[in-house]
Each structure stands twice: as C-alpha cells, then as structure tokens.
Design a protein. Structure first.
Length: 245
C-alpha cells in the first residue's frame, strides 16, 4: 500500500472539504424543488404529477450523496485496482441513460445514445464510472434550460481520442471549455458559482464525478463530439479481450 506524506494527507483533506462544501451548496436545489412541488401538489389537489417530480429530485439528491461517499471510499481504500474489470461502454451508457430519464423528462431534455463504431471493453471500475456519468448527466440536464441551447438534447456518446476512448455527455453548451473546467476546480468550495458557463449552482455533480474518476485512475476532460461540447472520461481499452458490440 502506498503511504501518503503528511503534505499529501493535508491536501487530500482540503480537497475533501471543498468537495463537501460544493455538495452541500448543490443539495439546496433538489431539496428546495421537493419542498415547492410538495406545496404545489397540496394546493392543486392533484398530487400525482408533483409526486413524480418529487421522486425525481429526491433521486438526484441521493445519487449526489452516493457519488460523494463512493469517491471518499475509493480514495481511502487506495486499492481500487483490485475492483477493475472489463466493462462494455455501450452497456454503461445505456444504464446511465435509464437512470437519467426521470430527471431529463422533468426538465424537458431529450436523451440520445450515440456510438461511433464498435468498441471493445475498457478496463475500469464499473460502479465508479457509471456513478460519475450519472452525476455529470444531472449537472448538464439542470444547466441546459439556462443556456439558451438551440436543442434541449443531451447526447450520451463514446468515441476514440489519442489517449484512449472517451465516454461522455454532450450538449449545445458553447462556453464549456478546458479553461472553464480548470477554473472551476480552483474555485470549488470557495465560490457559489465555480462553473458559471455550466451551472448557476455549485456544480457538485461535475466535481463529484471528477473525484470519482480520479479515484479509479481515469480523468475528466472537456470533450467535443459531433459539434457539441461536453464532459467525458478518458478510458483505456482492455488489451486482452475484445467484445463485439
């Protein structure tokens, strides 16, 4: 097991605290929406529709908390390599779209799956990868209505890059750049809107995903696909096994 130096331990603690502050700020939104929908359902006398929206917002809140806890567990274990496995990207993207469907429907966002070609499996931590993509999806879905995007569409896609295979989520968000993500990382936990190009809130979905991917040996990057901008995870193909997808 790799032993962290005292400085590295202190830096990890600071990063964990900043991530927690981002999460706490972000949690205000789904909790406020749950409160408002519950009040609206009581006043309208038609609680069924409000109940579905309450469920969707509660799911967002729980997934963000689950993602934060997972990132902390993986970082603390320092042994995630033992949980790495051959993972089908198409399967992960399909399951991610299924989990995102309720909140996308609530925001009026259309989900679209796109696979450019056939890919073999990647070697990664499946639970971590899927949790990261789901929290990224929540962040982008919540951001789309405020971006004046020409299409309320979120594309879940995979494509090759020079570093490996990128699995990501893409939309018509022009201001999402590498520099914006870099600045957001610096401001995480210290500014109410660390990612103004993407979110009017704390952007916790992005930072939780970032922490998870870092913990499983992947990395989050700004990516582009079919003239759309987005965020994706750079993954390494499994050199020993190829699946027909």
């Amino acid at each position: 097991m790799v032993r962290l130096t005292l400085l590295e331990q202190k830096q990890a603690l600071v990063q964990s605290e900043r991530l927690f502050l981002s999460l706490a700020e972000q949690m205000k939104l789904p909790l406020l929406q749950i409160l408002r929908k519950a009040e609206l359902g009581a006043l309208s006398g038609n609680p069924a529709e409000s109940l579905e929206q309450v469920r969707a917002n509660a799911d967002v809140a729980l997934k963000l908390v689950d993602g934060y806890l997972l990132s902390m567990r993986l970082a603390a274990e320092e042994g995630y390599e033992t949980e790495q496995e051959s993972v089908s990207i198409s399967s992960v993207l399909y399951d991610t779209a299924h989990q995102l469907h309720p909140i996308a429907q609530m925001y009026g966002v259309e989900l679209e799956l796109s696979m450019d070609g056939k890919y073999g499996p990647v070697t990664t931590h499946r639970e971590g990868l899927q949790n990261a993509l789901v929290t990224l999806g929540y962040a982008l879905i919540e951001a789309l209505p405020a971006t004046n995007a020409p299409q309320m569409k979120l594309q879940l896609a995979a494509h090759r890059c020079r570093y490996g295979i990128v699995a990501g989520l893409y939309a018509d968000v022009d201001k999402l750049t590498t520099e914006a993500l870099r600045q957001g990382r610096r401001l995480q936990g210290m500014a109410r809107q660390p990612l103004p190009a993407l979110s009017h809130c704390g952007g916790a979905g992005v930072f939780v995903a970032d922490a998870i991917l870092s913990a499983i040996g992947a990395r989050l990057k700004v990516s582009h696909h079919h003239n759309r901008s987005g965020l994706g995870a750079v993954l390494q193909p499994n050199p020993q096994l190829q699946l027909i997808q």
